[in-house]
Design a protein around this ligand. Structure first.
Ligand code: 9WN
Length: 440
């Protein structure tokens, strides 16, 4: 059991009971019948990788809801195995989130409930990890049996349909698929696409009505996001010939590390449900090795995004480049290099958690989301990576830094990387959920 208090970075005691109560109350407020919304105001539907992080925390306080959240998400899985990045709540009006179901124009799932509407893109597959972690806290073999074939289909979709580069890694076709939406990781690939802001005459951005505009992506970014989503939609959400037909095809180190990590989680789940864990372990090892060969730059000591269309790695040093630390089979010298970079002046583990972008980069932006601010989900993953590779002190420093910033500022979507001030939407579900996991 956690001690009742610890200290924040100004040596102020953290009231762990109060923090736990605050986090629980955020999750109570954001529960919507059969799923959790990331935020009542900014994100009023169900998001894919949010559901995974949220259910990991919910497992400690409301395990039935944790399982339920995953079940709701996978009920909207497409027949080809893809798990959509948003499952729209039919009770929420089209004007309350853009782009909503009318924009994505995805027909009802064949044979599925007619009210389920989704987007046609994906997000990182954190769900096998979530299922494994919930099962450890609140075992439920029946839920695992229901989820296992669906989680396998999700992996098969990503590793077969999305291997646009042919090397065995997953490509994403939209920055939204990364979850790190306007990270500088995508700047080089996006710069090659026209930004026709006239598209915003036709569509109204909802995000800038409910959040501070200077913290959100620019109109140029949004014009490109809409153009890419329109292109993928108008090609029927098909994945063949992506390199010829689509303007953005990149391999992200965080997305691929999470895909390999999902295989390791599936290996454990396979043992519970009586399936063969061997192929999952093999796939995890293959992905890890290919990532090291293709995405790791020994010169920077980090992993970088690979642009499949140009065959070039992005030079930007972003938090997704640290994320492969979660992989247990990473060569020791590569893990050491990531650990050193994470603790260096570019990122820094404390007193504040790791920012989303290199603090020393000239375009480091402490306010605009994914271009500088601190996010709890990537730090929570990084902490697992440190622990996995035996960096116990760093893992604990990061844990303290996360608890401290949330205690001081609240369960915000993200945090100012210099002052720790909460920014983005308040009462954000994955921040609350992952705090509960850190306290457990
Ligand atoms: C687009 C819900 C999502 C997160 C993403 C985060 C943000 C959406 C947006 O919010 O993206 O998917 O409208 O900006 O970048 O990681 O899943 O919390």
């Amino acid at each position: 059991m956690e001690q009742a208090s610890t200290e924040d970075h100004d040596h102020q005691p953290i009231d762990l009971d109060r923090l736990r109560r605050t986090a629980e109350s955020v999750l109570r407020g954001n529960w919507s019948g059969d799923h959790m919304v990331p935020s009542r105001t900014l994100y009023p539907h169900q998001w894919s990788w949010d559901a995974a992080f949220i259910s990991i925390g919910l497992a400690h306080v409301a395990p039935d809801r944790a399982w339920r959240d995953l079940r709701s998400l996978f009920t909207a899985q497409w027949p080809d195995g893809r798990v959509p990045h948003i499952v729209f709540d039919p009770g929420v009006s089209e004007k309350d989130y853009f782009p909503g179901p009318a924009f994505w124009d995805v027909p009802p799932l064949p044979g599925g409930p007619s009210h389920i509407r989704t987007t046609g893109i994906v997000q990182p597959p954190v769900h096998a990890l979530a299922a494994r972690m919930i099962h450890r806290v609140a075992p439920d073999v029946e839920e695992l049996r229901w989820l296992y074939p669906r989680l396998v289909a999700q992996q098969e979709y990503l590793l077969k349909q999305r291997d646009a580069g042919g090397a065995g890694l997953v490509s994403i076709v939209h920055p939204w698929e990364s979850g790190l939406d306007n990270s500088p990781s995508w700047d080089e690939a996006l710069a090659r696409l026209p930004a026709d802001v006239r598209v915003l005459d036709r569509y109204q951005r909802r995000d800038v009505q409910v959040a501070v505009a200077t913290h959100r992506p620019t109109n140029d970014d949004y014009a490109r996001y809409i153009a890419l989503a329109t292109s993928y939609r108008d090609n029927g959400y098909q994945d063949f010939d992506l390199l010829e037909r689509h303007g953005f095809v990149v391999e992200c180190p965080a997305f691929n590390a999470l895909t390999a990590d999902a295989e390791l989680a599936l290996a454990e789940i396979a043992q519970v449900v009586g399936a063969d864990p061997g192929p999952h372990r093999e796939r995890a090892a293959e992905i890890t090795q290919t990532m090291v060969e293709r995405l790791f730059d020994p010169g920077t000591g980090l992993f970088h995004v690979f642009d499949v269309r140009t065959g070039k790695r992005s030079e930007a040093r972003c938090v997704n480049g640290l994320m492969p630390l979660i992989l247990p089979e990473l060569p020791q010298e590569v893990a050491a290099s990531l650990a050193a970079e994470a603790a260096s002046g570019r990122f820094g583990l404390s007193p504040l958690p790791v920012p989303s972008y290199d603090r020393t980069a000239p375009d480091f932006d402490p306010l605009r989301y994914w271009r500088g601010p601190v996010w709890i989900n990537v730090n929570w993953l990084l902490r697992r990576g440190f622990a996995e590779h035996g960096y116990a002190l760093q893992a604990e420093a990061l844990r303290q830094a996360m608890l401290s910033v949330v205690d001081r500022s609240g369960c915000f979507e993200y945090f100012h990387p210099i002052t720790g001030e909460g920014i983005g939407t308040p009462e954000f579900s994955w921040t609350a959920a992952l705090v509960l996991d850190l306290l457990a």
